[in-house]
Design a binder for this molecule. Structure first.
Ligand code: ATP
Length: 230
């Protein structure tokens, strides 16, 4: 047996299991993406048609019809054994809150819930959601950022203050080294990687010269990233 795995008994297996409650467009997309990435996914919905659709399309390994406001139904389905539960019920406030309360009270370690409004998000936090997502807001925000900062190719928000972004090297940085640009002291940014001709240089040294047309991946404060000369 590989000794490195025995250091974390159960962890590897557990971290690969997700339950998704609510199979609307958001829940289905979460199921499908996790399933395609090779994770063990259980999808559930109160609506039989939604369950059948996910089953027929094989968007999850397991699919069950149940009412998630019923704690016994959740227990019998084994939802409480999952390490991560995604509650994808955006348009039914009461059901979304009761479901979140049920899974948190049963001791599920990580509960991610979808909110449709700010007050919905606050309520989800109050009943114990570990993470609240606002997909419509986030999609609109990302689109607006991409439209106003076209050099930003991709952005991953670590938290509201910090991001990792992939940006086209600005004209002003062309042929200058990372050290010369003082990205760390002037912008509080760290360059994680540079990509040129489909090849990534990870952890580039300060003497690495940037070229217009290449792409750099930086980590830092979102506000500092936005101050870069795009
Ligand atoms: P969209 O389809 O736009 O992504 P959404 O993900 O917000 O919207 P909703 O309309 O909120 O979807 O519904 C999500 C799913 O949750 C629906 O398929 C609905 O049948 C299911 N659902 C609602 N109440 C319950 C419940 N008590 N138990 C289980 N599933 C439920």
């Amino acid at each position: 047996m590989n000794p490195s795995f025995s250091l974390f008994p159960g962890l590897k297996q557990k971290n690969h299991q997700f339950a998704v409650i609510g199979l609307g467009r958001f829940g289905r997309a979460a199921c499908q993406t996790l399933h395609q990435a090779g994770y063990e996914v259980l999808g559930t919905d109160i609506d039989e048609k939604r369950v059948t659709e996910v089953l027929n399309n094989q968007w999850a390994a397991h699919v069950l019809q149940l009412d998630s406001t019923d704690p016994t139904a959740l227990k019998e389905a084994g939802i409480y054994e999952f390490d991560t539960v995604i509650i994808a019920i955006g348009n039914y406030l009461q059901e979304s809150i009761i479901t979140t309360l049920n899974v948190k009270e049963a001791g599920v370690a990580k509960v991610i819930a979808k909110a449709s409004t700010e007050i919905h998000g606050k309520l989800l936090k109050r009943v114990g959601a570990d993470q609240v997502v606002f997909p419509e807001y986030e999609a609109g925000y990302t689109l607006a950022r991409a439209l106003t900062k076209p050099s930003i190719l991709d952005r991953f928000e670590l938290d509201p203050q910090h991001s990792i972004v992939e940006i086209a090297v600005p004209e002003e940085f062309d042929d200058k080294s990372i050290g010369e640009l003082q990205l760390r002291s002037r912008y509080s940014l760290n360059v994680l990687a540079i990509c040129r001709d489909q090849h990534f240089d990870v952890n580039p040294s300060p003497s690495f010269k940037l070229k217009k047309g290449s792409v750099m991946v930086v980590i830092g404060e979102t506000q500092a990233i936005d101050k870069l000369p795009f």
